[in-house]
Design a binder for this molecule. Structure first.
Ligand code: UD1
Length: 425
């Protein structure tokens, strides 16, 4: 990457990664074909297709449409290497258990942002009647040969993943399930709306209390995935840090409220255009917005914290961001420092003191959003940067090099081996 250029142009946001992955897993609950539209084409989506194939689903990817036809009798185990390929492999737990009466899984992979236990997923399923055995070689065997049954479950923390697992489990369980303290992230709402479109009886969608009346089966459906708010935040923070003016389309203003507020505090202008577009403009010289912290929706999203930090590396003054969700959100600080930033991490807080210039460096992406944050820093840095470990970034962005080069950033990606992706089975 050659940094130091302002960004101009327009860009349409793809469908959300954190929405399409649970929806693809939830397709296993359906007895007919599921067509997902506006799906982002990411390496995590490819990993998800491999799991679907493994349990017997027919999957076709055509542009941004994914068609999934589950078999009458899906397999019930996912091999460890496929489990480790991404965090979202965990989303198959509930659909397999609900559809086949058992599920055998290993520990999921994903970004090393902290311990990331799955106790709330397992405890909730146990409350719904699953018998759970921890396997000696690692992983779990869950059984519910006579089906899951509805239960009243209170989550000790509004975990996105646990809410989604229990929501999927409840749709075809016997009786009523009430989830108290559920996560309210837009991607949870998207999953609930997908399930509703397949015949699930869910009320309280978008609130922290979800009530699900189990039905015997779900049927095939077509569903458009919601826009990716974190990709939108990535572009917004890139423009903020580099300077320039960019039109973003296919966004939802409410999903981006906290990011927009922070950017306005730092001196950017954000002008909404109708319901689903906005223009962000920045001189590239920001003022540090002080201290802020991440939290569960509708608070500032944890995934956007490293991206916001990258935008503020050259801001006038000091910033501090505390991540209240994950223990190790700011592994990208080391890369920031290599580029000449003044950044330090103490416990869960990243502190920044703005510097006048960043300089290009050779850095490694530590995780998905941390890697994207290093791309944002390199876009602002004088001279050449090389970023390795980009497989982390590919899990969440269709092609980050194309995303920014179409806006005038000088980013080139080393040639990648494209997998036969058009027809996965
Ligand atoms: C999802 C998102 C991720 C986002 C995160 C928080 C997907 C695919 N990923 O991750 O991008 O950063 O939400 O918005 O949607 N926890 C437990 N026990 C559990 C489950 C979670 O202790 O059983 C803890 C986690 O360690 C973490 C916190 O709860 O500290 C939040 O995790 P959770 O909301 O579950 O995040 P994910 O679903 O993993």
């Amino acid at each position: 990457m050659e940094g130091g250029r302002k960004l101009f142009g327009s860009v349409r946001m793809p469908g959300a990664k954190n929405s399409v992955l649970p929806i693809m897993a939830a397709a296993v609950l359906c007895t007919g074909t599921v067509t997902i539209t506006d799906a982002p084409v990411l390496s995590d989506v490819r990993a998800c297709i491999r799991i679907l194939n493994r349990i017997g689903c027919t999957v076709m990817l055509c542009g941004t449409n994914i068609r999934i036809t589950p078999p009458e009798h899906p397999g019930s185990s996912i091999p460890p290497e496929l489990m480790r390929s991404m965090r979202s492999s965990l989303f198959f737990l509930a659909p397999l258990l609900a559809r086949t009466g058992q599920a055998e899984i290993g520990m999921p992979g994903g970004c090393r942002l902290g311990a990331r236990p799955i106790d709330m997923h397992l405890e909730g399923l146990a409350r719904m009647g699953a018998e759970i055995t921890e396997k000696q070689e690692g992983g779990w065997m869950l059984k519910a040969p006579h089906g899951l049954k509805g239960a009243h479950i209170t989550l000790r923390f509004p975990s996105v993943g646990a809410t989604e697992t229990l929501l999927m489990a409840a749709c075809t369980a016997y009786g009523t399930t009430v989830l108290h303290g559920a996560a309210r992230e837009p991607e949870v709402t998207d999953l609930a709306q997908f399930l509703q479109s397949a015949g699930a009886q869910i009320s309280g969608v978008g609130t922290s209390e979800l009530c699900i009346e189990g039905t015997e089966f779900l049927f095939g459906t077509q569903f458009a995935v919601c826009p990716d708010r974190i990709t939108a935040a990535t572009v917004m923070f890139a423009v903020a840090g580099c300077g320039g003016e960019v039109l973003l389309t296919n966004i939802r203003h409410a999903d981006l409220h906290c990011c927009a507020q922070l950017l306005e505090r730092a001196g950017c202008s954000i002008a909404p255009l109708g319901k689903s577009a906005a223009v962000i403009a920045s001189s590239g010289r920001l003022r540090a917005p002080g201290s802020w912290q991440t939290g569960v929706y509708p608070a500032f999203p944890t995934d956007a914290a490293p991206l916001a930090a990258a935008a503020l590396l050259r801001a006038q003054g000091e910033s501090a961001v505390l991540d209240s969700i994950f223990e190790n959100r700011f592994a990208c600080a080391e890369g920031f420092c290599r580029m000449g930033a003044q950044a330090s991490v103490c416990s869960r807080t990243l502190r920044l003191r703005g510097v006048p210039e960043l300089c290009g460096a050779h850095v490694t992406a530590p995780d998905l959003r941390g890697g994207a944050a290093l791309v944002l820093a390199a876009l602002q840095a004088q001279g050449t940067s090389v970023i390795t470990g980009t497989e982390h970034i590919d899990r969440g962005y269709e092609n980050i090099a194309v995303l920014f080069s179409q806006l005038g950033g000088a980013v080139t990606a080393a040639e990648k081996q494209r997998e036969g992706f058009e027809m996965a089975q």
